[in-house]
Design a protein around this ligand. Structure first.
Ligand code: SAM
Ligand code: SF4
Length: 350
């Protein structure tokens, strides 16, 4: 029976809600191991044993939004705030380039001081210095004109998790000023502008039920993003959800495997949240079918201030030593770092 359900993921144009529901409900260890090993095989067929690395630069911890789950929300008085200068961002890129990274990911809160024009100028400078490298942005909801400017400046990819595809659940997680439909529409805009886009959701966010995850998977199936980020919800001090329980690492791994089976070529990170919650979370993510890791190269003087959630893992991979440690960890399970740009490829493009 399980095999029949998995075949539907791999071979049919449309996966109905009840198939997702049944697969998400799997809890016995033998079936979970079977799904994971099948997902791993699919990932290996697409990417071999290479794991792409992206240099993550957390450019600002200021945010004007109020997402209830996030430690950077504007009303969080306990959060430390910083904003990298243009020079600091370029310096991070230089260090990352020396280490061999071919993608820079600029992520931050929705910081009003980081205007579209300012960011576009920074992206332009990075692309002028490193024309062959990819720039990924993850700086929230902007206008169509803003995204256009950033794309024209040379940004290649954009991460904007949809967070939850269910509007009622979205309203449980965000203040009334935010709107799930408008956020999802932005993913369409970004696609239309030629960005490789990343959507995704937290696993175990407060109020999340299995049927919400089913909606998320149906939404992702329609959107067909090139990248999908899923990680467990982890409570953050100073937020309305500070006392809520964290999401489950096991369910996160199952969702990663199901995504891998449905999207054989998608770029799926083993997220920092997963690494923060579970021992050997990165390796578990890779063995479940993920194929991307995003080492944090934010300058050490501000690192630790980007407190999206409590006990966020700091990998130290900005140093050569840290990268070697990651390589060794990956080798222990038969994988290695792939320093390629790691663009989205389909069979047609390989
Ligand atoms: N501000 C941008 C945005 O919201 O798209 C980018 C930065 S935001 C911190 C990146 C992602 O962190 C969010 O999309 C959300 O899914 C995740 N996140 C925020 N708070 C979290 C928490 N408490 N636990 C796990 N993930 C969280
Ligand atoms: Fe701001 Fe993003 Fe955190 Fe929401 S998730 S509060 S937009 S940094």
């Amino acid at each position: 029976m399980l095999e029949g359900l998995l075949e539907q993921l791999e071979n049919t144009d449309y996966v109905p809600a009840d198939v997702w529901q049944r697969l998400l409900s799997v809890t016995d260890a033998v079936s979970l191991a079977f799904i994971s090993s099948r997902a791993r095989d699919v990932a290996r067929a697409s990417f071999g044993t290479g794991v792409y690395v992206r240099a993550l630069i957390e450019i600002s911890s200021y945010c004007s939004r109020g997402c209830y789950y996030c430690g950077l929300r504007c009303a969080n008085r306990t959060a430390s705030r910083y904003r990298l200068t243009r020079q600091q961002i370029l310096e991070c890129c230089r260090t990352a380039a020396e280490r061999g990274f071919n993608t820079f990911v600029l992520q931050g809160g929705e910081d009003a001081a980081m205007t579209d024009e300012w960011l576009a100028a920074v992206v332009g400078e990075i692309k002028a210095l490193y024309p062959e490298k990819a720039v990924t942005l993850s700086v929230g909801e902007r206008s169509f004109e803003g995204y256009t400017l950033l794309r024209k400046a040379g940004a290649d990819r954009y991460l904007l998790r949809h967070e939850t595809a269910d509007d009622e659940h979205y309203a449980r997680l965000h203040p009334a000023s935010m709107n799930g439909e408008k956020r999802r529409m932005r993913l369409e805009w970004l696609k239309s502008l030629g960005f490789q886009v990343g959507a995704g959701m937290m696993i175990g966010s407060p109020g999340q039920q299995l049927h919400h995850l089913v909606e998320d998977l149906l939404f992702l199936d329609r959107l067909k993003p090139q990248m999908i980020g899923v990680g467990p919800f982890i409570p953050a001090t100073g937020t309305p959800f500070e006392n809520e329980p964290a999401g489950s690492a096991e369910l996160t791994l199952l969702v990663i495997s199901l995504l891998r089976l449905r999207f054989p070529h998608a770029l799926l990170p083993a997220t920092t949240a997963l690494a923060s919650l579970a021992q050997h979370g990165t390796l578990k993510g890779i063995l479940a079918g993920a194929n991307v890791v995003m080492p944090n190269v934010t300058p050490s003087e501000v690192k630790g201030k980007y407190t999206i959630y409590n006990n966020k893992k700091s990998t130290g991979t900005e140093s050569l030593q840290g990268l070697r440690a990651l390589e060794e960890e990956l080798q222990s399970i038969g994988y290695h770092i792939d320093y390629g740009r790691g663009d989205y490829k389909t069979d047609n493009h390989v």
